[in-house]
Ligand binder design. Sequence first.
Ligand code: PGA
Length: 250
Amino acid sequence: MKKQYIIANWKMNKTPDEAREYACGLEQYLLKEQTHNTVVLCPPLLLLPTISSVPHTQFSLGVQNFYPADFGSFTGEHSLAMLRSFDTSYAIIGHSERRTLFHEDNSLIAKKLQYAVQNQYAVILCIGESMEEKNSAMTQQCIYKQLHVLSSLPHDVTVPIYIAYEPVWAIGTGVIPQEEEIAQCMYYIKKYAEEHLDNYSETMYTLYGGSVTQDNVASILQVEGVDGVLVGSASLQLQSFIAIIRNSCI
Ligand code: PGA
């Protein structure tokens, strides 16, 4: 059975106590049930000291944000050199909330991408069109524009790159694209990567994100080209995330 990637993005949620309880429960579940899929938690940075201090042999940790420099006068920011101490090895870049709420543009996203790759972090690069772009048949154009940041990488990049197709209109709305639409975008992404990365078939994976739940995860994972899912709200309750992990093995 193909290995899938099940990645939780907690966004700005949970206290340290809640995070500890969740991480312990997840570890216990995974020790008992064993999954061949890879499970990754991306909590807020503040929770990393707590989570990384409890046993986490069955899942990996990732960051939702970082600044692309080792240290310096960047008030309020954190570098991967700091975050590495908390056992993190994945980094989300280009999430639509960072693009829209924090005005991150493709030039900053390209810098973050290069910096994460130099630091040997597995990158989770989020891309996806708005409803307006979808309605104007601009999905492919929007995706290719966002994927352009890949050209800032050396062609022979060896760290894993996960491209998460997350249509903005599907995030937190309960609405998901048709399976054919997801398959079409997975194809666009693979085609683009094929032209820009030498080892894309070994280093690149494509994920779907946006309103993934325990009820739709199995069918999403069966869509041609999908290697995993990025889960927001449905990852916040441990039982619901466990149900997603369980259903990802069907
Ligand atoms: P959602 O969020 O699962 O709550 O739609 C996904 C995401 O923003 O990564």
